[in-house]
Write a protein that binds this ligand. Structure first.
Ligand code: 86X
Length: 524
């Protein structure tokens, strides 16, 4: 890739030289400038740039952005997508962080098979029941039908717990704490949205077994907090942490904790879940052990998962009308260096390129791209890298060279700053940190402003109609929850674990006592 680029560049340069010989210098400069302007203009309004505003047509904005920023490619199968290198490296940053954290907690990685025999998948009826239409099956090989069809894993509880029951005999075999990084397939029928709702996606799924209930429950919270950190510290996206209502929890779980995110299109989305399974699966799969007294006990289990959906959430939260805006912690490129070159000043260009290369070397602890392409104007390059969300741009041109400085331009605010050559590293560290903080604070402010405390049905309806999150004192009964969903389209997100004081009746007017403060919103 690199070699080809360089070759192309030298070829173009040679070509340019011969033209220059024939043409008058002045004329050529005019042509170059005109060309650059045209490319810049095209870039802004047509194929290259995003042609709609985020707050006017969010869905079109998102669709254009993920393709134009080279994050995804659609595939021949509806609901499946290619994750291109630029997006995949974001996933790698998440994996890198999480993998270290879960290993610190004492969890190991393993890999279980993609195919699950039908009888095994059906073992815990309750957990499969609602999902049946989503399961994709392999029924034959070549022209031969399988005697028993094979499910493509939609999640791995059943296949993993089939092993767990063989591995766990005594209290000495506990805890058993495994994670796997893999793909899963769920044949959803709601319309697919790249990253946010796809039929195949990448995730990690953790599955753990403990002798004691308290150990398991502690892990549920540790994982929930880890997921919150992934969002808040890496993606710079604030979350709502809490417990799912009984209607919204995973059917196989005793309870489900989640992190929920509010997106700028007024829809909330689940960002990760941590389930306390209690003994539901251990009883169905006979995962038991002999305790210190030689008595048979069933293990307590958890499962937890976080997926590539998180990338889509980050895109939706931070992106703007120019394209992607990446938090430095997960950006594949931190800084792009753009030398300001002039086609009629080859010697000066050489000097600038030399300094640019030196700066790149100096910035070896950052992920830096030097855009030396001779056939594009600086303006074109600015748009190109803004579309791709690179947090920081470093410009260096003839005037900067004279003043022994560079110009930094922040992607998040567009703010420019001249920096003396000797202070580049110190300023880069500071600005990248500021960008990370600013993105989080901006999103946090937006979230706070989008939550409306409501006390009555009419206040609730108004909040939901305006695309807000309603925070409401609720009776905690499934009749009201279903009625609210039916009449307003809003679902419960979760119940914060730390509750404000509560008194009075359910906001929906059912005449029962208010039991919990809960978040409601329209959601994915
Ligand atoms: C629920 C539960 C759980 C481990 C997680 O949320 C995190 C990681 N698993 C997943 N779930 C299903 O159990 C399920 C089952 C079938 Cl058969 C299906 F087709 C779709 C499913 N979707 C979700």
């Amino acid at each position: 890739m690199k070699a080809r680029k360089t070759k192309k560049k030298t070829m173009k340069r040679k070509k340019k030289k011969t033209i220059t010989k024939k043409t008058k210098k002045k004329e050529k400069t005019i042509i170059r400038v005109a060309e650059a302007k045209k490319i810049d203009k095209d870039n802004n309004k047509s194929e290259l740039g995003i042609t709609v505003e985020k707050n006017k047509d969010f869905s079109e904005w998102y669709t254009q952005l993920i393709q134009k920023a080279e994050l995804i490619e659609y595939s021949p199968v509806s609901g499946c997508m290619v994750i291109r290198p630029y997006a995949y490296s974001i996933w790698e940053a998440i994996q890198d962080f999480m993998d270290k954290e879960i290993k610190k907690m004492g969890i190991q990685n393993a890999y279980f098979p993609l195919f699950i025999p039908e009888n095994l998948l059906k073992k815990e009826q309750e957990h499969v029941e609602g999902f049946k239409p989503e399961v994709a099956w392999v029924t034959e090989h070549g022209t031969t039908k399988f005697e028993e069809k094979l499910a493509i894993r939609p999640t791995s509880e059943t296949i993993m717990y089939d092993s767990y029951k063989k591995w766990i005999r005594s209290y000495k075999d506990l805890p058993l704490r495994l994670n796997q990084w893999c793909n899963v397939v769920r044949w959803e029928f709601k319309h697919p949205v790249p990253f946010l709702r796809t039929r195949e996606f990448l995730w990690q799924e953790g599955h753990t077994a403990f002798a004691k209930r308290e150990e398991a429950e502690k892990e549920v919270l540790d994982i929930l907090n880890l997921y919150a950190r992934v969002f808040e510290e890496l993606y710079a996206v604030p979350v709502l942490k809490g417990r799912k209502t009984d209607a919204e929890k995973f059917a196989g779980a005793v309870y489900t904790d989640s992190v929920e995110i509010y997106m700028p299109n007024g829809k909330a989305i689940q960002g990760g879940t941590s389930h306390f399974l209690g003994q539901n699966f251990s009883k169905a799969f006979d995962i038991s052990f002999l305790d210190k007294k030689g008595k048979k006990q069933y293990v307590y289990q958890n499962s937890w998962g976080l997926s590539t959906r998180t990338i889509g959430i980050m895109i939706a939260v931070h992106g703007d009308n120019k394209g992607l805006v990446l938090p430095p912690r997960i950006a594949p490129i931190h800084i792009v260096i753009i030398p300001i070159l002039f086609s009629n000043k080859p010697t000066l260009n050489e000097k600038i390129l030399k300094v640019a290369a030196e700066i790149k070397k100096e910035l070896k602890n950052f992920k830096v791209e030097l855009d030396e392409r001779g056939d594009y104007s600086p303006g074109f390059k600015f748009n190109y890298w803004e579309l791709r969300g690179v947090p920081l741009r470093l410009e260096i041109g003839p005037r900067d060279l004279e003043k022994q400085q560079v110009v930094f331009v922040r992607r998040d605010t567009g703010v420019k700053e001249a920096v003396p050559l000797g202070q580049i590293i110190v300023r880069a560290i500071k600005i990248l940190g500021d960008i990370q903080d600013n993105l989080y604070n901006k999103a946090k402010k937006f979230l706070n402003e989008s939550i409306e405390k409501v006390k009555s049905m009419s206040e609730f309806r108004k909040a939901i109609k305006n695309g807000k999150i309603a925070f409401a004192p609720w009776c905690n009964c499934k009749e009201c929850e279903a009625d609210i969903k039916d009449k307003t389209g809003a679902k419960t997100l979760n119940i914060p674990l730390k509750q404000p004081p509560i008194k009075g009746k359910c906001f929906w007017g059912c005449s029962k006592k208010a039991d919990k403060w809960v978040y409601f919103a329209r959601s994915y």
